[in-house]
Design a protein around this ligand. Structure first.
Ligand code: AMP
Ligand code: ZN
Length: 114
């Protein structure tokens, strides 16, 4: 998607602080961190939201969770605990229409979320 913000970050047209990258996934630091650790795990392929994911994307999704584990280990939040958030749609608080997984940690999380 030409003008999608995260597609542009994936293509390197907009800089990001990369945490992990391979052929399928890019993970980078959120520009407006909501916790001491706030990393976005982003499939390179464009999907507007999780509503576009299908069974055939299962291997990619499993890999997303491997990368989330890598991020948790790398930032030393695996043992302490952390939160994975996927905001979806308007009321879900999604502001970038390219599917992404927030990894938040380094502080205690509250429930219910706002
Ligand atoms: P969401 O609101 O769930 O769609 O999440 C989008 C996230 O992208 C927000 O947490 C933003 O702070 C983050 N964000 C927006 N622009 C950038 C950017 N250029 N680099 C890194 N993160 C960004
Ligand atoms: Zn995109």
């Amino acid at each position: 998607m030409e003008n999608c913000l995260f597609c542009r970050i994936v293509r390197g047209e907009i800089p990001s602080t990369k945490v992990f990258e391979d052929d399928q996934i890019l993970a980078f630091k959120d520009i407006e961190p909501q916790a001491p650790v706030h990393v976005l795990v982003v499939p390179k392929k464009h999907y507007d939201s999780i509503m576009q994911l299908k069974a055939e994307d299962g291997a990619l999704l499993a890999h997303v969770f491997e990368v989330i584990q890598y991020v948790a280990n790398e930032f030393d939040i695996a043992e302490k605990g952390f939160r994975v958030v996927v905001n979806t749609g308007k009321e879900g608080g999604q502001s970038v229409d390219h599917v992404h997984f927030h990894v938040l940690g380094g502080r205690s999380m509250e429930w219910p979320p706002g």
